[in-house]
Design a protein around this ligand. Structure first.
Ligand SMILES: Nc1nc2c(ncn2[C@@H]2O[C@H](COP(=O)(O)OP(=O)(O)OP(=O)(O)O)[C@@H](O)[C@H]2O)c(=O)[nH]1
Ligand SMILES: [Mg+2]
Ligand SMILES: [Zn+2]
Length: 325
């Protein structure tokens, strides 16, 4: 794999050389895990950590390396992990307010285009789509709306090819990822080894589309739930995948409670899945902490809802005046 296929070009090379990263090699962050990064250099993909200095000088979490960043790394002598010594300035940064903390979270760096993926069959929601558009517009990347699962209907995209309530300036494409319908129109966005990130709710088919556009089954996919059509949060780590045909894809986990950095309107928070569950709690004033018959905690126990997300919800809804059923 060459650096060019990773999205590296003359401008990155100039930046790298201008900073005289002596003895360091350029690499791109392709995976972000709890304890380590995966990076790709010109010759190999390997694990990496960061220097303490890098961690200490980061003003906020989103300044730390993230998927898509170009970095300067020192390689270890043996098989040990590499060390990320510096992050090159980003051309774009897809950032959202993190779930459960007031700190901004970097979803992907140096992406040229973001596919905001939605699907026929109940996922589409205009206010949420507008929030995604705002997120992308703040990032410096170009938004493209991809409406998947065309086999399930044609309710979302009008005959004009646009979505009601969204301007014609945002390109919109209806596709069927599973059957491979309409995918050729998406090829244009990868021209010149560009990087495209996929965002959208769990279950809309981001990983199915990733596999189709890569030409191999790199990402796991999973059927949506039968009772409400929601996804199962199958993808758990953001990951950059390089296409043999050129360009790269950043597949991301479906966002929960999408919150945009710079948005402090509490009504913009999206906990409709939890609120729907809460209607089934035995007590109408259930706090979802210790109460018996709590449908929300039982969803957590069954793995349908993340404990972290419930904590986030409770933190945001405290003092919202509950009443007895
Ligand atoms: N009917 C239909 N189903 C599709 C299509 N594309 C994907 N799916 C199905 O939708 C389900 C979810 O797909 P995934 O690719 O796992 O969804 P995802 O967006 O990656 O979900 P998360 O990783 O949870 O965020 C799978 O069962 C897919 O087979 C399509 O074009 N039509
Ligand atoms: Mg996925
Ligand atoms: Zn409850």
């Amino acid at each position: 794999m060459s650096l060019e296929t990773l999205g590296w070009n003359g401008q990155w090379q100039e930046l790298f050389e201008a900073r005289i990263f002596k003895g360091l090699v350029p690499a791109r962050v392709v995976g972000e895990h709890r304890s380590h990064y995966r990076i790709a250099t010109e010759v190999a993909e390997l694990s990496a950590g960061t220097t303490g200095r890098l961690r200490n000088t980061a003003a906020q979490r989103s300044d730390l390396p993230g998927v898509g960043d170009f970095v300067a790394v020192s390689l270890s002598e043996g098989d040990g992990p590499a060390t990320i010594e510096a992050v090159l300035p980003r051309t774009s940064a897809l950032i959202r307010k993190a779930s459960g903390t007031p700190e901004p979270q970097l979803l992907a760096a140096n992406v040229d285009v973001v596919f905001i993926v939605t699907a026929q069959g109940g996922d589409f929601n205009l206010p949420r789509m507008k929030r995604y558009l705002a997120l992308v517009q703040q990032s410096g990347a170009a938004p493209v709306i991809v409406v998947n699962k065309s086999d399930l209907g044609d309710k979302i995209v009008a005959l004009s090819g646009a979505i009601d309530g969204i301007g014609p300036e945002v390109p919109t494409h209806a596709i069927g990822a599973r059957a491979g319908d309409g995918l050729h129109v998406l090829e244009q966005y990868f021209q010149g080894n560009r990087t495209v990130a996929f965002v959208g709710s769990s279950g809309v088919g981001k990983s199915t589309l990733t596999n189709k556009l890569l030409g191999r089954d790199a990402q796991a996919t999973q059927e949506v739930r039968g009772h409400d059509g929601r996804g199962r949060h199958t993808t758990t780590f953001r990951q950059l995948l390089v296409r043999p045909q050129g360009g790269a894809i950043v597949d991301t986990p479906g966002l929960r409670g999408l919150e945009l950095w710079n948005t402090d309107d509490a009504n913009e928070r999206d906990f409709d899945d939890i609120e729907r569950l809460a209607m089934q709690c035995r007590f109408r004033n259930c706090g979802h902490v210790i109460e018996p018959g709590c449908a929300v905690r039982s969803a957590v126990a069954q793995g349908d809802l993340e404990a972290e997300r419930l904590a986030d919800y409770i933190a945001h809804s405290s003092g919202s005046g509950r009443t007895a059923r």
